[in-house]
Design a protein around this ligand. Structure first.
Ligand code: GLA
Length: 355
């Protein structure tokens, strides 16, 4: 069922936003640190129009779910919580939002760690900006989207995903300083492309585990008497911390340094080594990997033509990303997926698309 069939008139505005994959700089953004995401070809599209019956009507094509809301007094759950969050944040900023008909369709995989929620938030805010001629820029869109996620979806996330969805493109890696929001569009390392494989393990405990890590980092920063772990640049400074804070902080400090190394321009081989080191640290120090992801990453790392591989996003399940020799992505992804699924897993290749 399309917008016209559902609401008996065509949409008045339409916008879309992509999912993202993070190449390096994991769990650093909420520590005011540095990240290196790029966006994926899969996108979420939001169509909107004015509702004439005083109610909001939200529809998800993927879920075939319709939600009608007369007066939003509570936070709805599921896909509507992100849309509701965006509307609430806009209202708090002084914008008047009328009753809406809103239709969502998406090719961004849900629950794989590729930020389908940020894509939905940014697409919703872009569509509302267009419909209502709102004077908000792309950075504000990312900031409002992050507020929606924190206050209405309950994940104390950083700003990486929303900045990537709002400002990234598929041709570049976005270097972002999460404290100052300074950013640069970097080229991909020469002779390389990316492969993304979903482990098939749902991201259970992602939000509670994620929020817990965030609290641990705040506690580590407090003990080290710095505003955020970003302010610690020498990893030996964390040795005075009790465990597990020491390992958490060690991850953040070394991960920030890995991202900064890339800024100086590195070969694909070197970039890959930094990704491998990132995964090891996410597994051993930050403890956000799961055995199936470790298996998949290891298989990728052992495959000829792969420069490096790591889990991507928050972890606790979801997908991993590999940097591989240009032109080899399809072969490598097919081969590794077969090997991985032969162990009884239910992985799938997300990039390159169409495998
Ligand atoms: C999730 C969050 C991001 C970031 C990553 C981990 O995707 O939304 O802000 O913290 O996890 O790097």
């Amino acid at each position: 069922m399309n917008f016209q069939q559902l609401f008996a008139k065509p949409p008045e505005a339409e916008a879309s936003a992509p999912g993202r994959v993070n190449l390096l700089g994991e769990h650093t953004d909420y520590n005011d640190g540095f990240v290196l995401p790029t966006v994926i070809p899969q996108r979420t599209t939001v169509q909107v129009g004015f509702s004439t019956d005083g109610q909001h009507h939200f529809y998800s094509e993927n879920l075939d779910e319709r939600v009608d809301i007369l007066e939003i007094k509570y936070t709805p759950s599921g896909f509507t919580s992100y849309i509701f969050g965006c509307i609430q944040v806009l209202q708090q900023k002084g914008h008047t939002i009328p009753s809406l008909n809103l239709y969502v369709k998406s090719s961004v995989p849900i629950g794989s760690g590729l930020s389908s929620s940020a894509a939905l938030e940014v697409a919703t805010l872009r569509a509302l900006r267009q419909l209502l001629n709102l004077a908000i820029d792309d950075v504000e869109i990312a900031q409002f989207a992050q507020q929606a996620e924190i206050h209405y979806a309950g994940v104390q996330c950083g700003i990486m995903d929303q900045m990537a969805a709002s400002l990234g493109d598929t041709e570049h890696i976005l270097f972002l300083d999460s404290r100052t929001l300074e950013r640069r569009m970097l080229p991909f390392p020469s002779g390389a492309e990316i492969v993304v494989i979903d482990s098939g393990i749902p991201r259970t405990l992602a939000s509670s585990g994620y929020n817990h890590r965030r609290t641990e980092c705040q506690e580590a920063a407090r003990l080290l008497k710095v505003k955020a772990l970003r302010d610690v640049t020498n990893s030996s400074a964390v040795k005075a911390l009790p465990e597990p804070l020491q390992r958490r902080a060690h991850h953040v400090v070394t991960e920030n340094n890995r991202v900064l190394e890339v800024l100086h321009g590195v070969s694909s081989e070197h970039f890959g080594k930094l990704m491998n080191a990132s995964h090891a640290s996410l597994r051993d120090n930050y403890e956000v990997s799961v055995p199936a992801l470790d298996t998949l990453v290891e298989m990728l790392q052992k495959t000829l033509g792969v420069f490096g591989a790591k889990l991507t996003g928050a972890g606790f399940g979801g997908a991993c990303v590999a940097l591989v020799a240009a032109g080899e992505g399809k072969n490598i992804a097919t081969k590794v997926l077969e090997q991985y699924n032969n162990l009884g897993n239910t992985g799938r290749v997300l990039i390159p698309a169409g495998i």
